[in-house]
Design a protein around this ligand. Sequence first.
Ligand code: VGL
Ligand code: ZN
Length: 242
Amino acid sequence: MLNSIAVDRRSLIAGATVLGVAIAAGPLQAQEKPMIDARTALIVVDVQNDFCPGGNLAVTKGDEVVAVINALGKRFETIILTQDWHPAGHSSFASSHPGKKPFELIQMPYGPQVLWPDHCIQGSKGAEFRADLDLPRAQTIVRKGYRPEIDSYSGFVEADRKTPTGLGGYLKERGVTRAVVVGLATDFCVNWTAQDAAKAGLETRVVEEACRAIDLNGSLAKAWADMAALGIKRIKAADLPG
Ligand code: VGL
Ligand code: ZN
């Protein structure tokens, strides 16, 4: 069905040529490339206002991923969004720990935890997806980090490394075997989501220009190394099939 839409599009373009509209020759635009099959999920991580310039936990140039992801989204049938979704006073916020400042590390019952500025509070403007994110085919939104006592960078398993979000089972039931992970931030939520996708048995790729990093104390280099060790491929959008 989607392939026939692509064919129609080509014939429309051919029609335009007949009518004398000049079409610049050049590299194919992402949306003119073939569709990627339904067993390959595009997982779009946390493209929310708070992670973009002007937000409470702004990732440098975080907004630049939007156009890349919008173009990619035109090629996928299976698109999942994750949304960081914390209650006010969440245990990952520095403001919940008297005397602590954002970006300090503390020990939680489940292990070390970076403390963050308050961000992505349920129902706030900062928690909303970027208004220019244009993924009409997206089918599922997985919210995470909503338990007051547990953070969740990963879209699959919370930071206690035990509590599943349900995404793994959902993808398995839908027959998804491959994941392409994009979004914010490369070294935290993208990294953890991609690692858990690989651990769930999915063939996993991360599109580097569709991500931006926080990069705290070498976290970005470590993230790429840890992902590589799990067999996750670091690719460019142009490396995707077609
Ligand atoms: C994230 C820090 C805290 C992320 C979420 O989306 O990478 N980072 N919460
Ligand atoms: Zn968060």
